[in-house]
Design a protein around this ligand. Structure first.
Ligand code: CUA
Length: 151
């Protein structure tokens, strides 16, 4: 008799959890933050803004930075960023999964084929920052870097 009660309790709890996730995902629109747009990795080179990777000014000390990851480098491989700038970063990859991390900051994304990973960062410290790949992507993985120069 008690088994039946607990079984019903367990199933009810499960249904509550599932409906919470369902409501959150579909009604409130909560999705993994890195997956915003789907694009064909083979067409990245022709798809704006990834056909022209780099830094573009969009406002007063506000920029859009577009980067393309591929085995085993980032395009562009060096970016100059004005001190104090707010930068909206979009990254995608043309081949396999790569990482996108700037040690010493909270910039850390996974870059997946077919998706655009985005985040907004503010650069309030002068100096050179290393951008590195933290997802194993092949024999050249350890050499896969770019640099941000904040001036
Ligand atoms: Cu790209 Cu590791």
């Amino acid at each position: 008799k008690f088994e039946k009660i607990w079984l019903i309790f367990g199933i009810a709890t499960l249904l509550v959890f599932l409906s919470t996730i369902g409501v959150s995902a579909f009604y409130l629109g909560n999705q993994p933050p890195s997956c915003l747009v789907t694009i064909d990795p083979e067409k990245v080179a022709e798809t704006p803004p990834f056909n022209e990777p780099g830094l573009k000014q969009v406002g007063e000390n506000e920029y859009e930075l577009t980067m393309v990851a591929s085995a085993f480098h980032y395009e562009p491989s060096h970016v100059q960023i004005p001190l104090g700038a707010t930068v909206h970063i979009s990254v995608t990859t043309v081949d396999v999964i790569h990482g996108f991390q700037v040690p010493g900051t909270n910039i850390n994304m996974m870059v997946e084929p077919g998706y655009v990973s985005t985040l907004t960062a503010q650069f309030n410290r002068e100096g050179e920052f290393l951008v590195l790949c933290n997802e194993y992507c092949g024999v050249g993985h350890h050499m896969m870097t770019s640099t941000f120069e904040v001036i």
